[in-house]
Ligand binder design. Structure first.
Ligand SMILES: Cc1cc2nc3c(=O)[nH]c(=O)nc-3n(C[C@H](O)[C@H](O)[C@H](O)COP(=O)(O)O)c2cc1C
Length: 415
């Protein structure tokens, strides 16, 4: 299981108990294990440990209520979405009660409520009377029912001066639990995140991979797309209960329940997409469709001639699949496109949103270090008309796919 924390995004949520100082060492150990750590803390937590200490150890700015007062930003939403795992440690009885009841009255509870992280871990620490109080026990049950993993407090010498249950669990236990939960896999996490099957009864069509435009029987023009993002989207839609048709230019392994249609070229992909869209609720175009194809591919393999001879390919524009789907969309159908850009990301994506009549564009800066072709991670911005852009990642393509599917559910539900 070693390396389960490498490159994982961990949001450490620190509340105001006497054990808050231990969050410093916890954050240091996550960073040492290769994780990206961000800390959000309550005002009471700040009275136990300075935000500055946690900022230095996590190597990131810390989100506090000071950032929230008078701010028009929605940082807590972005942070909640960024996280692969949320670790609430130490968790006070007070914050546990708030989170169990969906309250959002400070930056930490707002962040937790806005997050759909697949892994949520809480490590309570409190006085033993507070721990045994039926209200606390009731809240813990509710949280576990909501998908939180609980790390029980340890029995030991409490700050009150006697031996009882209530100390924060050993940091190694918290680290191991985080590793285990992340190791158990994104797919399990996604299944939990979509426990209520919000796309049950819906049909979703996804395209994936880089199209291959034939030059002759043995050669083709293609691009660097691996298909990983599209396949992750198909898996996430399936996990959310949808009937999924995946039209792919690139073959990869996928769940048997996904209806996989291989369509190597743009023209073949368009035909398959048009057929699948006749009774679909949503289209997600994640394929990198070649803009150009040969006007007339050669029937036979093209041979070399003299060393100095030039060889010119006559290219014509391919059909625009996203635009065609956008123009022909029936009432109630949702269309989502991808914009792989290398510059002017937001402006280009907004233009694409309008010109393709799409409901959402997933803008993708393919030159960003964690994003792009053939990587397992990505970093995207979701753009919808008249809405604040939502920045997601960097995180794994499966975690990004889960966020996109959550957004699709929101759009479908709002219709
Ligand atoms: C010295 C001191 C130590 C405390 N330690 C704890 C604790 O370990 N666990 C806990 O649940 N509450 C503890 N509390 C109570 C919390 O600080 C209080 O409930 C506070 O409202 C929690 O705020 P927060 O949940 O927003 O961080 C302590 C209070 C004081 C004054």
């Amino acid at each position: 299981m070693s390396g389960a924390l490498a490159e994982k995004n961990i949001l450490l949520a620190v509340t105001g108990g006497i054990a808050a100082y231990k969050a410093a060492e916890l954050s240091r150990q996550y960073v040492k294990a290769g994780a990206n750590v961000k800390v959000v803390m309550t005002q009471t937590a700040e009275s136990f440990i300075p935000a500055k200490t946690l900022g230095i150890l996590s190597k990131q700015a810390v989100l506090t209520d000071g950032d929230r007062d008078g701010s028009a930003s929605v940082e807590h939403v972005a942070w909640g979405r960024w996280a692969d795992a949320i670790v609430l440690a130490p968790a006070t009885a007070n914050t546990l009660a708030k989170v169990a009841n969906g309250l959002a009255d400070n930056v930490l509870t707002e962040t937790l409520l806005a997050s759909n992280a697949a892994v949520k871990i809480m490590a309570p620490a409190m006085n033993d009377q507070m721990w045994h109080n039926p209200a606390t026990q009731r809240n813990l049950q509710t949280l576990q029912g909501d998908g939180w993993t609980m790390i029980e407090p340890a029995t030991g010498f409490l700050a009150e001066g006697y031996e009882a249950k209530g100390r924060l669990a050993q940091l190694e236990t918290i680290i191991l639990t985080t590793e285990q939960a992340l190791f158990d896999g994104q797919t399990d996490g996604q299944r939990d995140a979509f426990d209520n099957q919000p796309l049950k009864g819906r049909r979703v069509v996804v395209t994936a991979g880089g199209t291959k435009e034939p030059i002759d029987p043995v050669r083709f023009l293609t691009n660097r797309s691996s298909g990983k993002m599209g396949y992750a989207l198909a898996e996430a839609a399936l996990a959310a209960g949808a009937e999924v048709t995946l039209i792919a230019a690139t073959k990869r392994d996928c769940s048997k329940a996904i209806h996989l249609v291989l369509a190597p070229s743009a023209k073949e992909m368009l035909t398959a997409v048009e057929e699948a869209m006749t009774d679909a609720d949503a289209f997600i175009g994640a394929a990198a469709v070649s803009d150009f194809a040969l006007a007339k591919p050669f029937d036979k393999k093209v041979k070399k001639t003299s060393p100095d001879a030039h060889f010119t390919l006559d290219l014509v524009q391919n059909p625009d699949i996203l635009k065609t789907v956008g123009q022909n969309k029936k009432s109630g159908q949702v269309v989502i496109g991808f914009a792989a850009e290398t510059n002017d990301l937001l402006q280009n994506a907004e233009r694409k949103l309008k010109s393709k009549q799409a409901d959402m564009i997933v803008a993708n800066d393919v030159l960003a270090p964690a994003a792009g072709f053939d990587k397992d991670t990505n970093q995207v911005t979701l753009i919808q008309a008249n809405q604040v852009p939502i920045e997601i990642g960097p995180k794994s393509k499966s975690a990004i796919a889960a966020d996109i599917i959550h957004q699709l559910v929101t759009i479908l539900d709002g219709q």
